[in-house]
Write a protein that binds this ligand. Structure first.
Ligand SMILES: N[C@@H](CCC(=O)N[C@@H](CS)C(=O)NCC(=O)O)C(=O)O
Length: 217
């Protein structure tokens, strides 16, 4: 009997993993952590993820962290038979490409945008987070640079979605992963309507039954 424990905080990168677990139809134990209350920095949680960040999963006693690694792992372990993740081969490579890109390119820029937004505005890094930068320490150009980089990446995604229902045809787990980051970017006031393909695709993803049933808690 396999065991899966999911460590998360509401409205965080863990929402990506939550969507992936839901899309795979997996049953797991859930451990909710309050970042502002320091619950991601307890000795108990640091033993699971020394970075003190969510998401993390523990699968059959083994800890795995970094949302991209978790999606790749769950996809190849549970998604292939379910038809949600490609079997080894070139399409597997395409899935890996978009999942890794989502984290190291798109989310990296989005993280800088989040850290540069005025404290307290929607999507801004909260003052209790390790990523919080005090306003007096901020680079005045950081906001513009982050906005410009996010726009570049959304343009790349928009072009890739031309005439495509999902990034991976019939294999939507990579799309599940990416749509979470795009939703976060939209919550920071970035207008998706100028990226028509992304806008339509994000709505299509959110209508998948597993994602439509998700609630933040
Ligand atoms: N690259 C990591 C980023 C995870 C991350 O930064 N999580 C944030 C929440 S969005 C966190 O746990 N922060 C803890 C803190 O700020 O103290 C991933 O994709 O899993």
């Amino acid at each position: 009997m396999m065991s899966l424990t999911f460590y998360y905080a509401p409205y965080s990168s863990a929402s990506i993993t939550e969507a992936v677990i839901a899309e795979l139809g997996m049953i797991c134990d859930r451990v909710k952590l309050d970042i502002d209350a320091g619950e991601t920095r307890t000795a108990e949680f640091l033993a699971i993820n020394p970075n003190g960040r969510v998401p993390a999963i523990v699968h059959d006693g083994i800890a795995i962290w970094e949302s991209a690694a978790i999606t790749l792992y769950l996809g190849e372990t549970f998604g292939v038979d379910a038809g949600l993740y490609p079997k080894p081969g070139p399409m597997r490579g395409v899935a890996m490409k978009w999942i890794v890109w989502a984290n190291v390119s798109l989310a990296e820029a989005a993280g800088r945008l989040s850290a540069a937004l005025p404290t307290g505005s929607e999507g801004a890094v909260q003052s209790g987070s390790v990523d919080y930068v005090a306003p007096e320490l901020r680079d005045p150009n950081a906001l513009l640079k982050a906005q410009s980089d996010v726009a570049t990446y959304l343009g790349i995604l928009d072009a890739a979605l031309t005439s495509q229902t999902f990034l991976l045809g019939d294999y939507p787990l990579a799309d599940t992963h990416l749509q979470g980051f795009v939703g976060w970017i939209a919550s920071m006031g970035v207008d998706l309507s100028q990226y028509v393909n992304v806008d339509v695709w994000a709505k299509r993803c959110s209508q998948r039954p597993a994602l439509a049933a998700l609630e933040e808690d």
